[in-house]
Write a protein that binds this ligand. Structure first.
Ligand code: APR
Length: 249
């Protein structure tokens, strides 16, 4: 792994005033939150995360899907922001750094960053699957289970569903509009820890590039976005971002 940022990447970070950072699951990997394409462990070994995060799975077995999200919420609560999250918050002392994330965790917020859009919702915003009414915070059980019935809605008796965007569901409009506006105003877009396979979020780097905004990918591996960005740095979030933030501040 490179210890210094590639020269052009460092120069861009040094001069940028309005930075948008698009993050995916790899951003939180070094906090111990598994990515979507990682194999799952323990209770969830036999399940594929990309199959559980669907309306189909919810309709077939809500108790299973609810228990999985409760387990993930508990895992995120125990996790702490990593050096990458903290570096993005530090970077905002010297530039306007706006986070557009696909992650449903709250690690950017806990690090102190300005999150302008949670494109795929949040683990901590359950709502009724029938009438849409928000639920208060629901604490995960002490002992994780493979099936947990979701609480029922006081107004209509529907079930609490996770406040996340599942495969095949539309993105919430306002966060999407905020993401587009942030990109339109950016002079640098940094793409961290996303495989770039889920649209429309994966279309944002191309939109930036078409608008003439330089784009950098930070990811240890080749992704579907690699061909669509201007600069690539093969490193991890927790290693690379502190170096970028130091260039800028
Ligand atoms: N630092 C940076 N990148 C990393 C790290 C790390 N420490 N570890 C892994 N990665 C990269 C992987 O190489 C991969 O490209 O993170 C990416 C994770 O990809 P995905 O698991 O596909 O996550 P993401 O792109 O966020 O998925 C998009 O799909 O499942 C849905 O809604 C869910 O928001 C999610 C969306």
């Amino acid at each position: 792994m490179a210890l210094d940022a590639p020269t052009e990447v460092a120069d861009l970070a040094r001069h940028a005033r309005n930075v948008v950072v698009l993050t995916g699951a790899g951003m939180s990997a070094e906090s111990g939150v598994p990515t979507f394409r990682d194999a799952q462990t323990g209770l969830w070994e036999q399940y594929d995360a990309t199959a559980l995060a669907t309306p189909r799975a919810w309709n077939a077995d809500p108790d299973l899907v609810w228990a999985w999200y409760q387990w993930r919420s508990a895992l995120v609560r125990r996790a702490a922001p990593n050096a990458g999250h903290r570096a993005l918050a530090d970077w905002s002392r010297g530039a306007d750094v706006r986070i557009v994330t696909q992650n449903v965790d709250d690690l950017h917020e806990r690090a102190g960053s300005n999150v302008v859009a949670h494109l795929h919702g949040s683990l901590f915003a359950p709502r009724c699957d029938r009438c849409g009414q928000p639920f208060d915070q629901i604490d995960p059980p002490d002992e994780p289970a493979e099936r947990t019935p979701p609480p029922r809605c006081d107004s209509c008796g529907g079930a609490a569903r996770p406040g996340v965007v599942w495969f095949g569901e539309a993105l919430p409009e306002e966060p999407w509009e905020r993401a587009l506006a942030a990109i339109a105003n950016a002079d640098l877009v940094v793409v961290v820890g996303t495989s770039g396979v889920v649209y429309p979020a994966a279309g944002l780097p191309s939109l930036a590039r078409e608008a003439g905004v330089p784009t950098i990918e930070i990811n240890p591996d080749v992704t579907d976005l690699t061909e669509q960005v201007d600069h690539i740095w093969r490193t991890t979030a927790a290693r690379g971002l502190p170096i970028l933030a130091a260039c800028a501040n």
